[in-house]
Design a protein around this ligand. Structure first.
Ligand SMILES: NC(=O)C1=CN([C@@H]2O[C@H](COP(=O)(O)OP(=O)(O)OC[C@H]3O[C@@H](n4cnc5c(N)ncnc54)[C@H](O)[C@@H]3O)[C@@H](O)[C@H]2O)[C@@H](O)CC1
Ligand SMILES: Nc1ncnc2c1ncn2[C@@H]1O[C@H](COP(=O)(O)OP(=O)(O)O)[C@@H](O)[C@H]1O
Ligand SMILES: [K+]
Length: 501
């Protein structure tokens, strides 16, 4: 699990590494700049392209100067450096790197306070003006320059962090940020890179390691974690010899109504494909033929609109409730009966979440350890309107603790909030998965894992990872435009096998 740090904590990790490795700060800067350049030259191979390196006078600017020197050594000839002399202060490492780069004869221009930006005609802009030292929104000279650079629409590669972008805290709607096609960031992704608001400022992000002290990084107290494949490999369990269907639990999928039976079929199918020993679907009579035809493996428990289905509570290991279920009084009664009679954690999604939003007294009835899987709108219906994702993170953390539940906030980087106030960011999935029914599949996957006796935390982390990974395996190699949920379901056993290999 990679702990994600605030910019203040990253500065502490820099300082710790400098003292304890030990390494001088100028050498650490050189290492970071080399890491940047290593990535850059692999992806921008045309050395005839003109490159303007914009440097502030702090350490981000120091990186920029070192990067310009290293690119010059690699044969990039059309380089120019533009220093923003907006402050009288300059860091020591900036000054050292300035002396070093002067010797290369790469042309250097300085932009003074109040000066009109120099007309920029370079093909590529490397942004090394401000990085993690940003302490207030851009204004004055920086705002003026960044507005100009944004208006000329060049390819921008940010060093560490785009100028003007706060790595943690709320991203305000009117922030001025130098929009980066690519941010090559040091050591680890930053929390705000993983939130949707960053989409308008950062085209894509690459993380390059700069050798900060791993033991120290892991010891820092933070609620934010980034889940990596190695974490998932530790969680996933093998299918044992001499096991049978009883070993892997019996899941009940409570889903579907006449016109949304597809959601129930996708959810139940995903549950079976993820390895539940038995799957039963609690569906309306009208869906029975569809279920039997499409998924002969799955049993049915029929629901009649007016009366409660006869559920044998002890028979089931867990329940996944909500996809295509519909709302209304009968569903309210059904949910209430489940909370009253079934004492094991369940998974609550889609319409079931909306019924809870409309009948808020149900929130406190949710069995402890249960898992909610809202997308943004369902989340806001449940817990109130939010104007930013940062706010949503804080609410999810608070509510998960208060209610003793797990909240899976679905998104590009799906976030799992836990009762012990942690937030885990998933690292798989892609935009080809933005297609109706994908959430129903996720609910089926997680229900299946809970039925197989994974703890709720492991079921959440493993479930969102497998779901996204199956989507990545299908979409990324051939750059598919879209992946349909039913196709993703058939990939799940393959994905799981690879993770166990
Ligand atoms: N030894 C280290 O600490 C390392 C730092 N590195 C680089 O150093 C960067 C951080 O450097 P610094 O801490 O010097 O900070 P920056 O270079 O990001 O910013 C410099 C200074 O600009 C001023 N400033 C902040 N917000 C401003 C605003 N809105 N308008 C005008 N001025 C503003 C602040 O006084 C700040 O200290 C990282 O992003 C990374 O690029 C890397 O070289 C790795 C090693
Ligand atoms: N742009 C995207 N990038 C990554 N994952 C996505 C993207 N769009 C959707 N997904 C994933 O697909 C699922 C969609 O869930 P949801 O919105 O509930 O769909 P539905 O209600 O249609 O079943 C979530 O797991 C989400 O993480
Ligand atoms: K920058």
């Amino acid at each position: 699990m990679l702990p994600l740090l605030t910019s203040k904590q990253i500065h502490e990790a820099d300082a710790y590494t400098i003292t304890h490795e030990p390494i001088s700060s100028i050498d650490l800067m050189e290492r970071a700049s080399k890491a940047f350049v290593g990535w850059f030259i692999n992806h921008f191979q045309d050395k005839q392209q003109s490159i303007a390196v914009y440097c502030g006078t702090g350490n981000n600017g120091g990186d920029g100067l070192a990067i310009a020197r290293l690119l010059h050594e690699h044969g990039y000839k059309k380089l120019q450096i533009k220093i923003t002399r907006f402050s009288e202060k300059a860091s020591n490492d900036f000054n050292t790197n300035l002396k070093r780069v002067v010797k290369t004869n790469v042309p250097i221009a300085e932009i003074q306070p109040g000066q009109e930006p120099l007309k920029e005609s370079a093909d590529i802009i490397i942004d090394a003006m401000l990085g993690s030292g940003l302490n207030k929104p851009l204004e004055g000279d920086y705002k003026y320059l960044v507005d100009y650079l944004n208006s000329i629409d060049k390819t921008v590669v940010a060093v560490d962090i785009p100028t003007g972008f706060f790595t943690d805290g709320e991203i305000t709607k009117d922030a001025t940020v130098l929009k980066a096609d690519l941010a090559i960031t040091f050591q680890q992704p930053k929390v705000n890179f993983l939130l949707p608001e960053s989409g308008q400022y950062i085209g894509c992000c690459e993380v390059v390691k700069i050798g900060l002290d791993e033991t120290f990084l892991n010891s820092i107290d933070t609620p934010y974690f980034y889940v990596e494949e190695k974490d998932i490999r530790r969680i996933i369990k093998p299918r044992k010899r001499f096991s049978n269907k009883g070993t892997y639990g019996h899941a009940l999928i409570v889903a579907g109504k006449e016109k949304t039976m597809g959601a129930a079929l996708l959810c139940a199918s995903a549950c079976a494909h993820t390895g539940a020993g038995l799957t039963t679907a609690c569906i309306p009579q009208s869906g029975l033929i569809a279920l039997n035809t499409s998924m002969p493996e799955i049993m049915a428990l029929l629901r009649n609109a007016d009366e409660l289905p006869d559920i044998e509570w002890d028979k089931f290991s867990t329940m996944g409730i909500g996809p295509g279920l519909g709302k209304g009084n009968s569903i309210l009664k059904l949910l209430t009966a489940i909370f009253e009679n079934f004492d094991k954690p369940v998974i609550i999604d889609a319409d079931a979440l909306n019924v809870i939003s409309d009948n808020h007294q149900l929130v406190s009835k949710i069995t402890k350890g249960s898992i909610l899987t809202p997308h943004m709108k369902e989340f806001d219906r449940l817990f109130g309107e939010h104007t930013s994702w940062w706010q949503r993170l804080q609410t999810a953390k608070l509510k998960a603790k208060e209610l003793g539940i797990y909240i899976i906030l679905k998104n590009d980087y799906t976030i799992v909030a836990t009762p012990d106030e942690k937030l885990y960011f998933n690292s798989t999935s892609n935009a080809a998965m933005a297609s109706g029914g994908m959430g129903d599949v996720l609910t089926g996957v997680i229900t299946s894992l809970l039925a197989q006796k994974y703890s709720p935390l492991d079921a959440c982390l493993l479930g969102v990872y497998i779901h996204g990974k199956a989507g990545d395996e299908l979409a990324l190699p051939s750059r598919l435009h879209v992946v349909l949920p039913s196709r993703l379901i058939s990939q799940i056993p393959v994905t799981m096998a690879k993770l166990k290999a």
